[in-house]
Design a protein around this ligand. Structure first.
Ligand code: SF4
Length: 503
């Protein structure tokens, strides 16, 4: 869809306008000239004084006109950025309303295009805004529907009951450890995931670098008395390395990190069932790993084949039972809504199979077309469900989880996600992943170690976020891990040392 925009000269409007257009139409293009090439034309009239008033008039190719209007008081601010944000939200408001009218599609998340909607509600609670007023503001300022506000509140309540000190954990950190190998690469994946076979040399060097990072960062944490809240091994698939390599890695964790016995939660993703063996489960038990993930994604065999997961449905179920029998008592399983060729019948089947296993948590993802994935590059090869069917599947997940005692406890959204839906983590009560709450709500620093690991440093006082990413490919990581570690230590020093020692 080509949309010609008139009346908004500031270039900073282009990106938010495009992101919102993408909620309605595939591959939108915002044109500021060439109106004759456009499918629709939207003319904005913007007036700013104590209030911002936005008038939007949409004209389609048949000459039909749709209009919307929005007005809001401007809150005075010294920051240009904050000031522009208010204008941007007001424009988005009028823009979304007129596009909803034109397309007949209601956007349940309103003008929000970001990843973490629940953060908004946490912020209001932290600012002391009463709940009813906070809900009203979310509805008015962002056009979020009651249904989604209810979901946000449910999740926030759950998070605060699992982590009652969520708002005061900024002087602790969590650790993410990225292992960039998988048995094969899935078609929708853009994670650092290199097929492991035939790469032992690269695995050895990578693990050498990772041990180094763990030692250095662990020593810093010990020296500064900074505690670890949670540790998460992700990737890739952390169980694609050998049992012996896993054993040495967890031993390193116990040797290097402070007070490991009191870390609230250690998770290891064992996502691909084809990597799970009795020996590896022994190792996980030996080092008291609290939580693992075994991810079916779907219980339809053809789907697994179509997306490049070289394991069978039977293997998923067998490995799940094996993990259970060996004492793993907090298992997460992921399902994906909208995998190629799947609709309501396949998803209903996946839920019915899940019922036989009853994992402690179930994360329901919605397929997203990430730019670099195989699936996005060859979109025509993969037939996926439409918006309405994706919504039906999401509803099925909501009803099923509620009926089986699961509660939603975290959620995030992605760009180009099917039906503009979301990913929701459900769990049985008291089996939630604390790490998932920490990563979503951005209340504390997460230090990323290993390949593709993104660190997120959160200033314990101002809350300002600094990002730092290790390289995604093992070769660059192996060449530069010492320098990356140094960089991170420098940032940590600035954040934690100069502002006094942790309380
Ligand atoms: S198992 Fe996970 S990390 Fe590995 S290729 Fe598939 S989606 Fe990517």
């Amino acid at each position: 869809m080509r949309i010609s925009i008139i009346g908004l000269e500031d270039e900073r409007f282009s990106r938010p306008l495009r992101l919102i257009a993408n909620l309605f139409f595939e591959e939108s293009q915002i044109l500021t000239a060439n109106a004759e090439e456009a499918d629709i034309q939207i003319k904005f009239t913007l007036q700013v004084n104590k209030h911002v008033s936005v008038f939007a008039e949409l004209k389609d190719n048949n000459g039909k006109v749709y209009v919307s209007e929005y007005q809001k008081e401007m809150v005075s601010s010294d920051s240009e950025k904050e000031w522009f944000k208010q204008l941007k939200n007001a424009v988005a408001h009028a823009y979304l309303t007129v596009l909803q009218d034109f397309s007949g599609i209601t956007q349940k998340w309103g003008i929000l295009t970001g990843v973490r909607p629940t953060k908004l509600l946490h912020r209001k609670i932290q600012e002391g805004v009463p709940l009813a007023a906070a809900h009203q503001q979310l509805k008015e300022d962002y056009l979020i529907t009651d249904e989604k506000i209810k979901l946000m509140q449910q999740i926030v309540d759950r998070q605060l009951s699992v982590v009652p000190d969520l708002y005061s954990l900024q002087k602790e950190v969590s650790i993410y450890i990225g292992i960039p190998f998988c048995p094969t690469k899935c078609a929708y994946c853009t994670f650092p995931a290199y097929a492991i076979n035939g790469r032992q040399g690269s695995v050895d060097s990578f693990l050498g670098g990772l041990h180094y990072e763990m030692k250095k960062i662990g020593a810093w944490l010990k020296e500064k008395g900074v505690r670890i809240t949670t540790v998460y091994y992700g990737g890739g698939t952390p169980t694609s390395i050998t049992a012996n390599e896993m054993d040495m890695l967890y031993e390193e964790m116990y040797d290097s990190f402070p007070d490991v016995e009191n870390i609230r939660e250690i998770t290891v993703e064992a996502g691909r069932p084809d990597t799970i063996t009795p020996e590896k489960l022994e190792v996980l038990k030996k080092w008291n790993i609290d939580r693992i993930s075994i991810n079916p994604q779907s219980y339809t065999q053809e789907t697994l084949k179509a997306i490049g997961r070289h394991h069978t449905v039977t293997e998923t179920v067998e490995k799940y039972h094996l993990a259970r029998s060996m004492g793993m008592n907090n298992i997460n399983m992921d399902l994906i809504i909208g995998l190629p060729g799947e609709g309501v019948p396949e998803f209903t089947h996946s839920l019915a199979e899940t019922e036989k296993l009853m994992p402690e948590s179930l994360t329901v993802h919605t397929l997203s077309f990430k730019r670099a994935s195989e699936m996005t590059k060859n979109k025509e090869k993969y037939k996926v469900a439409g918006r309405d069917e994706a919504e039906k599947m999401m509803e099925l997940a909501e009803v099923w989880t509620e009926g089986h005692g699961y509660v939603p406890y975290y959620l995030y959204r992605q760009k180009n996600i099917l039906g503009n839906l979301e990913n929701v983590g459900y769990s049985l009560p008291n089996q939630e992943s604390i790490y998932n709450i920490m990563i979503m709500e951005e209340q504390q620093t997460i230090i990323g170690l290993g390949c593709g690991a993104a660190s997120k440093f959160i200033d314990p006082i101002t809350g300002k976020i600094t990002h730092f990413a290790n390289p995604k490919d093992p070769k660059s990581y192996n060449d530069g891990f010492a320098a990356y570690t140094e960089e991170k230590l420098k940032i940590l020093d600035e954040l934690f040392s100069e502002k006094g020692s942790p309380a």
